[in-house]
Design a protein around this ligand. Structure first.
Ligand code: PAF
Length: 308
């Protein structure tokens, strides 16, 4: 049985822990503190599925062969450093966190320097969390299967590694991509158009399809298109508005990860999403694109972060 350690068992990490155990992996959750095991219930269309997961504390020195990182973007590097002692040149590392800007540094941290980047539009939110007799029970609700892609961060021509076969084969709408960079940018666009507006206005994703938010999403996508035409050569295939609209429809009943962070009084991932998009260093330097709505969202989220 292939082992799979998951670092960052929040909403996404827990969803993929379920997906991986169903695909036949021996799943271990890497936890900050010692936990005997963790029970996670995943609810989907009124069906509940509970699994009890093995855990391994970050201080444990047990080797990690296959690692899936699903922490918040701002925790990726610090959390991975805590377990770098468990990794060797034979370890495979994949990262599923939101946002961009950390992949090169993470690749340098992983002994094999063969990072696998992943992205998903699956929506999942924490419903409740309680500790009973020392065991943490968490209940998550999934909305929408979403689309998931994995691919080499650095084009190696090596194709999909065998250890990912069961996961990619068993999860719906999950595939290997030889162009993960474009898919990461596409996901960045989705997060930039959806997450700040929902977080700043305390609304579920589905509200973005209605007035007055619909107009803001359309303006945000227009501004993102302008920004991308500068640093990505405008090379996102298809209509970004259609892609964003379909994720809003698929995750209508869900709250975005950024709104979940705001409600939990946590830091948000604005730097890895809007900060990355708006403050990309460009070579040669390009004129700054006017993106007033995106900047106003970034500034509002930065002001909130300063008060935490
Ligand atoms: O960050 C999130 O919440 C998710 O990536 C997405 C796809 C926007 C759904 O809520």
């Amino acid at each position: 049985m292939t082992s799979l350690h998951i670092l960052g068992a929040g909403a996404l990490g827990s969803l993929f822990a379920h997906r991986a155990i169903i695909a036949g992996y021996d799943v271990v959750l890497v936890t900050r503190k010692e936990e005997e095991h963790r029970e996670i219930t995943l609810e989907r269309d009124s069906n509940h599925l509970t699994h009890r997961f093995r855990t391994q504390c970050v201080s444990d020195t047990h080797p990690i062969n296959h690692l899936l990182i699903a922490t918040k973007s701002y925790d990726v590097l610090a959390a991975t450093k805590c377990i770098s002692k468990n990794l060797s040149s034979g370890s495979s590392v994949a990262i599923l966190s939101n946002g961009m800007g950390y992949h090169d540094s993470l690749n340098a941290l992983t002994p094999s320097h063969d990072l696998i980047a992943a992205t998903t539009t699956a929506g999942c939110a924490l419903i409740s969390s309680s500790a009973v007799n020392g065991t943490l029970h968490q209940h998550y609700r999934q909305s929408g299967e979403g689309m998931t892609f994995f691919g080499h961060w650095e084009q190696s021509g090596d194709g999909m590694p065998d250890w990912l076969n069961p996961l990619i084969g068993s999860v719906e709408q999950c595939s290997w991509s030889e162009d993960i960079h474009s898919l990461l940018i596409q996901k960045l666009v989705i997060n930039a158009a959806i997450n700040p507006c929902t977080a700043l206005n305390d609304i579920p994703n589905g509200a973005l399809a209605t007035d007055p938010w619909r107009g803001q999403v359309i303006q945000a996508v227009e501004e993102i298109n302008e920004v991308l035409s500068n640093f990505h050569g405008g090379a996102i295939p298809g209509s970004l508005q259609d892609v964003v609209d379909s994720v809003i429809a698929d995750t209508a009943g869900n709250i975005s990860s950024m709104l979940a962070d705001v409600r939990a009084h946590r830091q948000t991932e604005h730097e890895a999403i809007l900060g990355f998009l708006l403050e990309q260093p460009m070579s040669p330097p390009q004129p700054k694109v006017a993106a007033p709505l995106l900047w106003s969202w970034l500034e509002a989220l930065r002001a909130r972060a300063r008060q935490l």
